[in-house]
Design a protein around this ligand. Structure first.
Ligand SMILES: [Fe+2]
Length: 366
């Protein structure tokens, strides 16, 4: 097998996706959606109630994010973690009402964490009423009939995607003051403090997140996402030896990137199908990792190990290749892996040829 064949980006399947993605962009423009969705504002992660505090503490302990807000809303509690220049994380426990993500959460190994999921990617809009009107006319389903209003924002989110199980949220900020507390909620003073480790200053903004989707749903998942946002399909890299395709959607070059990982061929058996399809069998379609830009990555990873973080493999890549990166073990509280990624120069890929196999293969061990 030649290197070219192993990293084949010109398959027939790929050409169809490129054509359909171009059509989705035309349709979006014709519907008046261009300019109606901005960059990533925040990500909503739901945990089981008894995992909320440990999940939040873990993110404070292992990322550069700080707790900016906490509130109690009916019977759910939320912590907001932020960092200038980064999308925020809203970590919450779900109330007792029905969970629209229930069926997406169900898989072979998720029985003890039925409500745990990175649920929603929230993007900004300058005009939520217009966005909702246009998307409803295009058949998009939302979880509420109309946006939820507070004094500070207006928010709505789509029903979970049949392809990814994720939801797209849309927020219009109405005030300079940025608070995520919904109308009627009670603000709390954050009771979880961030450890004062110097190495956490090296961990910066969210760079990308990677969602694992089934081989047969790859095209539909990407087309749906670009139809809901102002992102476009950028490129896909096929790694035949791991039965894996990494597909990237972007808005602008420096923006948070949305990555979809899928098999090349659908699941048949654990042995034959590779780590991506196997992960879906065990955990369902869901976000596999959130990646954080990290400076001084070697000393930062060494320091993270000292305070207890476990990793799926050693650091891979090098300055010459433009990238160094590593995967943590998945969190027992959120099921999410943290990726730490150091980009050298203008490297804007998500792995290098020499490390993609090691990275993908390492995820078998989770
Ligand atoms: Fe990644």
């Amino acid at each position: 097998m030649t290197a070219h064949n192993d990293l084949d980006t010109t398959s027939a399947q790929e050409l169809i996706l490129i054509e359909e993605a171009a059509r989705a962009l035309d349709s979006r423009r014709d519907a008046g959606l261009d300019g109606l969705v901005g960059g990533l504002d925040s990500i909503i992660i739901t945990t089981e109630t008894d995992h909320l505090v440990p999940a939040t503490y873990e993110l404070l302990q292992y990322t550069g994010l700080g707790c900016t807000e906490a509130f109690f809303d009916t019977d759910s509690q939320s912590y907001v973690l932020g960092l200038p220049g980064s999308a925020s994380l809203i970590v919450r426990s779900r109330g007792t009402g029905p969970n629209p993500f229930s069926s997406a959460n169900k898989a072979r190994l998720t029985g003890s964490l039925p409500d745990t999921r990175l649920e929603t990617f929230v993007f900004t809009t300058p005009d939520i009423q217009e966005y909702v009107a246009v998307q409803k006319a295009r058949g998009v389903e939302f979880l509420t009939p109309a946006p939820r209003e507070s004094d500070y924002f207006s928010f709505i989110q789509t029903a979970p995607s049949p392809y990814t199980g994720n939801s797209v949220g849309i927020i219009e900020w109405l005030d300079e003051m940025r608070t995520y507390a919904p109308a009627g909620s009670t603000g709390l003073s954050p009771d979880i403090s961030k450890p004062a480790y110097r190495h956490l200053n090296n961990i910066e903004q969210l760079d990308h997140a990677a969602t694992r989707v089934k081989a047969q749903d790859r095209t539909a998942a990407i087309l749906e996402f670009i139809s809901l946002t102002n992102y476009h399909y950028d490129f896909g890299v096929h790694v035949k030896s791991q039965n894996s395709i990494t597909s990237v959607a972007r808005r602008e070059k420096e923006d948070f990137a949305m990555v979809f990982t899928s098999g090349i061929t659908p699941y048949t058996s654990d042995e034959a199908s590779g780590p991506t399809e196997r992960f879906i069998k065990d955990f369902g379609t869901r976000v596999h990792h959130m990646a954080f830009r990290t400076e001084k990555i070697e000393e930062t990873v060494a320091a993270l190990k000292k305070v207890g973080m476990a990793f799926l493999l050693e650091l891979v890549g090098s300055e010459d290749e433009g990238l160094m990166q590593i995967f943590s073990e998945p969190s027992p509280h959120t099921l999410l892996v943290n990726e730490y990624i150091h980009r050298f120069g203008n490297f804007d890929g998500f792995f290098t040829r020499s490390n993609v196999e090691k990275l993908t293969e390492a995820t078998v061990r989770q």
